[in-house]
Design a protein around this ligand. Structure first.
Ligand SMILES: [Zn+2]
Length: 463
C-alpha cells in the first residue's frame, strides 16, 4: 500500500447524512479513504484533529469579489483578498458574480476574468457570467461554469452594485434568456426584483422627503415584500414556459419561501439560496437603526424569520450562499443622509460558516443541515466536480472547526481591504482552525498560508 501524504486523525467528521469519529487519508490532493479508529495506515504527515469537527469546505455559490479584468471596483476587495477571507472562513470554493468591470457577458470577457483568478486566487473558484448577449451563451456554457446570473434590478441614484449591462427586467428578454440557458442546460441565477414597483414605491418615499438608510430599508420591504414576491412569481411562471433550471437568489420573505415550495411541489426545476444577512443581520431593526447602510443588504422584517428558518430546515431553501458584498466605509456612511446613494450589500465570507455553526449549537438548525446547505447541496445542484462531500475520490477540500471555544468578531480581523464587518462585536463558536484545498493547507492557526494563484477553477458539469 502506498503511504498517504496526510492523515487527519481522530476527527469528529460531520456530513450531510450524519457524523462519525474517524480519520481522513489524503494522497495527491484526493481523499483516499476514511478510517475507523485503530485502522489508520501510515502517512508522511499526521494532523491530530482530536476535539475538532471536520467538515467539507464550504462552497459559496454567490460572492462579489469586485476585481475585474480592467480597473473598476478592486479598491473594495480584490480576488486575492476575497479568497484570503475564504481560506480564513472555511470556504474552499468561491463562485463570483458578474458585476465587475467589464461585466463578463461574452466568451472573450469570461476568459479574461478567469485569467485574473488563475493569477491571484488562494482557494478554488468559479465565475457566473451574465447571459445578456444571447449569441454568447453557448460558447460560455462550455467553460465549466456553474451558472449564469443576471439582476432584475436597475439602480437608481447610484450606478453600483447593479451596473448597466447585466440588469434585465423586461419579461420578454427574461424569457429569451431562460430559453437560451435551457438550451445549453446551465442553471440560471436571478436576483428577483420588480423594477416598476420599486420605481413607484421609492417615489412615494422621496415625495415625503424620506431618503435616509432607514427609508431605503422600508422602501425595499414595503407592502410585505411585494417587490420580491411579484418578481419571484413572474420568474416561476416564465420558468414553466422556458424549462430552464431557475435558481432564485436572496430568498428573504416567508411568502417567497411559500411560492418556491409550491413550485417545487408542482415539479418545477427551481432551487434557491438564503444569505447570512437575512437570518443574522437584516432581520434585526435595532441593528439597522444602529448601523444604517452598513447593515443593509436589505431589511428583512422579523415576521419572516420563522418562515425562513423553516424553509432552510425543510430543504425548500436549498443552499446557503454569502452574497458577500464588501464596500468602503465612506460608501456606506453617505447612507445616513441618502440611503439610495450608499452601495448596497454586506461582507460575510470570513464569518458566515461560524454564524451557521453557532446557530446549530443554539438549536436553530442541525450541524448536518449546515454541512448540506453550505457544501454538499451546492456541489450537487451546480454539478461541481469532486467537491462538497468528504468521500474517497473527492478533492481533500475541508475545514477543521473548533465547536467549543467562543470568539468575537472584530473589525481588525477582517482580511478585506474595507476593514470592517457589520458583525463586529458578535460572539461566535465554530471558528475554522485549519482549511485545506485539494490537500494543501491554506489557513492554519489564524494565518492564511495559501499561496496566490494556487486556486483552480472548480469545474462544473451539467448532465
Ligand atoms: Zn449578490
Amino acid at each position: 500500500m502506498t503511504t498517504l501524504d496526510t492523515l487527519i486523525k481522530n476527527a469528529r467528521i460531520i456530513a450531510a447524512d450524519g457524523e462519525t469519529q474517524g480519520s481522513v487519508g489524503i494522497k495527491d490532493g484526493i481523499i483516499v479513504d476514511i478510517y475507523a479508529p485503530g485502522e489508520e495506515p501510515e502517512a508522511t504527515e499526521t494532523m491530530d484533529a482530536s476535539g475538532l469537527a471536520l467538515l467539507p469546505g464550504a462552497i459559496d455559490m454567490h460572492s462579489h469579489h469586485r476585481e475585474g479584468s480592467e480597473p473598476g471596483f478592486e479598491y473594495k476587495d480584490t480576488i486575492y483578498t476575497s479568497t484570503q477571507q475564504c481560506a480564513a472562513g472555511g470556504v474552499t470554493t468561491s463562485v463570483a458574480m458578474p458585476n465587475v468591470t467589464p461585466p463578463p457577458n461574452s466568451l472573450d470577457l469570461l476568459k479574461k476574468q478567469f485569467a485574473v483568478y488563475e493569477k491571484d486566487a488562494v482557494v478554488d473558484w468559479n465565475f457566473n457570467p451574465a447571459p445578456t448577449i444571447l449569441d454568447e451563451v453557448p460558447a460560455m456554457s462550455k467553460e465549466g461554469i456553474a451558472a449564469f446570473k443576471f439582476f432584475m434590478v436597475v439602480d437608481t441614484g447610484r450606478n453600483y452594485p447593479h451596473m448597466p449591462g447585466i440588469g434585465v427586467h423586461d419579461h420578454g428578454k427574461i424569457l429569451e434568456i431562460m430559453k437560451a440557458c435551457a438550451a445549453v442546460n446551465v442553471p440560471l441565477m436571478v436576483h428577483p426584483h420588480d423594477q416598476a414597483l420599486m420605481d413607484s414605491i421609492e417615489q412615494e418615499f422621496w415625495d415625503r422627503g424620506e431618503r435616509d438608510a432607514l427609508a431605503y430599508a422600508r422602501a425595499y420591504a414595503a407592502y410585505d415584500g411585494v417587490i420580491w414576491e411579484t418578481a419571484i412569481a413572474t420568474l416561476l411562471r416564465l420558468q414553466q414556459a422556458a424549462g430552464c433550471h431557475l435558481h432564485i437568489l436572496h430568498t428573504q420573505t416567508a411568502g417567497s419561501v411559500q411560492l418556491i415550495r409550491e413550485a417545487k411541489a408542482r415539479g418545477q426545476k427551481v432551487t434557491c439560496e438564503i444569505n447570512p444577512w437575512a437570518l443574522f443581520l437584516g432581520n434585526d431593526w435595532s441593528a439597522i437603526e444602529r448601523l444604517g447602510s452598513y447593515a443593509l443588504s436589505y431589511w428583512v422584517p422579523e415576521v419572516n424569520t420563522p418562515g425562513l428558518w423553516e424553509g432552510l430546515n425543510d430543504g425548500t431553501i436549498d443552499i446557503v450562499a454569502t452574497d458577500h458584498a464588501p464596500h468602503l466605509a465612506e460608501e456606506k456612511e453617505v447612507g445616513w443622509t441618502d440611503g439610495w446613494k450608499a452601495h448596497t450589500g454586506t461582507p460575510s465570507t470570513q464569518f458566515y460558516l461560524s454564524m451557521f455553526l453557532t446557530a446549530a449549537l443554539e438549536g436553530k438548525i442541525s450541524l448536518e443541515r449546515v454541512v448540506e446547505a453550505c457544501s454538499t447541496a451546492p456541489a450537487r445542484i451546480f454539478g461541481i466536480e469532486k467537491k462538497g462531500e468528504l468521500k474517497p475520490g473527492n478533492f481533500a477540500d475541508l475545514v477543521l472547526v473548533d465547536l467549543e471555544t467562543k470568539y468575537e468578531i472584530a473589525d481588525e480581523d477582517v482580511l478585506s481591504l474595507t476593514g470592517w464587518s457589520p458583525y463586529a462585536g458578535r460572539e461566535l463558536t465554530g471558528k475554522p482552525v485549519t482549511t485545506m484545498v485539494r490537500g494543501k493547507v491554506v489557513y492554519k492557526d489564524g494565518k492564511v498560508v495559501g499561496e496566490r494563484g494556487f486556486g483552480q477553477q472548480a469545474i462544473a458539469s451539467h448532465a
